[in-house]
Each structure stands twice: as structure tokens, then as C-alpha cells.
Design a protein around this ligand. Structure first.
Ligand SMILES: [Zn+2]
Length: 186
């Protein structure tokens, strides 16, 4: 077990990091309070927008599926790896080959996520044309941008991205999400 820790500490760190990330994002999503209804502009009155509401939701879901699959892969491979090394009574070869392969799998999932996510975001067009922000994020200290866009139609820079007609009922522009430097009151 000690050798395992020396060799594969990064897999354990990766697994713990992935689990903590999932937990914190879930908590952040459920913590965002239900706001009072906000008035919204008429459809088409905010100029050309990139997305219809349903289209944006589909693109975000596609990207989130990609991320969750790889995070889940990291967790599963990581746990299998730790399990194989920690389980009593396994032949040494099984421990080393199986545990090593699972550890490699966890790292590959992480690499696939790190390399693939920018490419997928670009393919889905999930960047703000005005400020360049990625429209899907996993922020721990603020409401994720995809949720801001879905519910207010705007990026934090103030650019309209989703047609106001497609916002969920009772949702509309919300100045609390706009970056102070970019906020033009009118
Ligand atoms: Zn923006």
C-alpha cells in the first residue's frame, strides 16, 4: 500500500479532486436561490442573438454530458485502481497490472477532458462573441455562466445571447450578474 501511495498519489489526488468538484458544483447549483420575477424585453428587441433558448440548452447539455462522462471515468478508474491495490489476497501481478491500467485510465480520462473541452466548446459555438467568455463553466464561487445565460439571456458582459422570448417564465435581465465594469444602466 505504501508503494502504491508513492507511485500513484496523483491518481488518488485526481479522484479526490474530481469527487470534490462534483460535490461543490452540485451544491452551488442547488444553492442558487429562486429570484422574484423580472420583466423582460420583447422578442427581437435586443438585436440579433446567437441562440434560441432550446438550442442553447441542447448545446450546453451536449457539453455537460461530455464533461460528466470523463469526470465519472476519472472517479471510476481511480476507485478501481485504489481498490485493486488495497484489496487483500490478490496476486501481486494482478495488483500491479490491473491497478496500473486503471490508474492510466483515470489519467487518460483527465487528459481527454483537458484537451477535448476547448475543442468541443468551439464546435458548439459556446463562447460569447463580445467578451470571449466560455458560456459553460464550473465555477465554485458564483452562479455558472450557462445558468446566467439560460435565465437572463445575457452574458456577464451584457451581450444578449438568447432571445428574451425563450427565457423561462418569470426570468429576465438581472443586473446582479453583469460585471460592474461592463454594466451600462439604461
Ligand atoms: Zn460576454
Amino acid at each position: 500500500m505504501q508503494t502504491f501511495l508513492q507511485r500513484y498519489w496523483f491518481v488518488i489526488a485526481l479522484t479526490i479532486g474530481a469527487i470534490a468538484w462534483v460535490w461543490r458544483v452540485r451544491r452551488r447549483l442547488s444553492a442558487s436561490a429562486h429570484a422574484p420575477p423580472r420583466p423582460r424585453p420583447r422578442s427581437g428587441s435586443v438585436g440579433t442573438v446567437l441562440f434560441r433558448g432550446a438550442d442553447f440548452a441542447v448545446r450546453v447539455a451536449t457539453f455537460e454530458r461530455f464533461v460528466w462522462k470523463r469526470i465519472a471515468g476519472m472517479i471510476v478508474f481511480g476507485l478501481v485502481s485504489v481498490g485493486l491495490f488495497a484489496a487483500p489476497g490478490l496476486p501481486r501481478a494482478t495488483r500491479i497490472l490491473g491497478g496500473g491500467a486503471a490508474a492510466a485510465g483515470a489519467v487518460l480520462c483527465w487528459l481527454a477532458l483537458a484537451i477535448g473541452e476547448g475543442k468541443l466548446l468551439r464546435r458548439l459555438g459556446l463562447y460569447c462573441p463580445q467578451c470571449g467568455a466560455r458560456l459553460v463553466e464550473a465555477s465554485e464561487d458564483r452562479v455558472p455562466l450557462q445558468k446566467v445565460v439560460r435565465e437572463t439571456g445575457q452574458c456577464r458582459c451584457g451581450a444578449w445571447l438568447v432571445d428574451p422570448a425563450d427565457l423561462p417564465s418569470g426570468q429576465g435581465p438581472d443586473a446582479q450578474y453583469l460585471s460592474p465594469s461592463q454594466h451600462h444602466p439604461d
